[in-house]
Design a protein around this ligand. Sequence first.
Ligand SMILES: Cc1cc2nc3c(=O)[nH]c(=O)nc-3n(C[C@H](O)[C@H](O)[C@H](O)COP(=O)(O)O)c2cc1C
Length: 237
Amino acid sequence: MKKDIRIAGIISSPKFNGNTSTLVREALKGAEDEGAIITEIFLPQYRIEHCTGCFRCLAEGKCHIADDFETIRNVLCDTDGIILGSPTHAFTFNSIMKTLWDRLGFFEFLTCSVAGGKYVVGISAALGMGHKKAAKELASFATTGVFNRGYISGILGVGLGGKEVANNTTILKRARDLGRKIVRDIIRGEQYPLQNPYSRLIKYFILQPLFRKIILTDKEDKTKGVYSELKKKGLIK
Ligand SMILES: Cc1cc2nc3c(=O)[nH]c(=O)nc-3n(C[C@H](O)[C@H](O)[C@H](O)COP(=O)(O)O)c2cc1C
């Protein structure tokens, strides 16, 4: 039987009905058109504290801060594709999204538990500067992990000059098409062999041996959580 395909859309705009929200929802509709089960997470409705930099997640396998982070993380772990949407703030994605990334943090960098093997789309709305950069940076979430790569299905960065995207059928269609594409990528198992070749080489020859050694050395203590997650995924012996 064909497995259900799950797509989550994460919106970090403070505006529930702003441009970013409209674009992410349109992409989710596209994913739904292709038969995916969709989930929207409007980040400002959740309580996500700042990362305290304690590194306890590496030992414990989860963050110790009692807020909504684990709820969101569990949704993300259970998806095949993630659509990340943020307004462009100061030429990059906004601090609400960054807070979530920080909390996923070093644990995600080492274990790829959320993004590994997944497909990611980055969407950013702006007045007119830095939107492509912001969308690219959002999509790069797929490719940051050390031991397992994810794939970038596409990006959409739009400068709207203060107008509402809800009235722009061309851009709405681009968002919807991206939502369709991420599902088609998942169905086909698209491998994007030319995506990030240099950073993949660096990871393979330098970072993986380095971190493997560190993780194995401390696997009963400081890196216990990372070790058991990687072991579960068959990414470490
Ligand atoms: C703090 C802040 C920083 C911003 N920085 C940029 C920027 O670097 N480039 C730009 O073109 N627009 C910038 N904008 C404008 C927003 O990107 C724009 O209004 C966008 O449509 C907001 O998306 P939203 O409707 O989803 O909130 C900024 C807005 C704020 C509030």
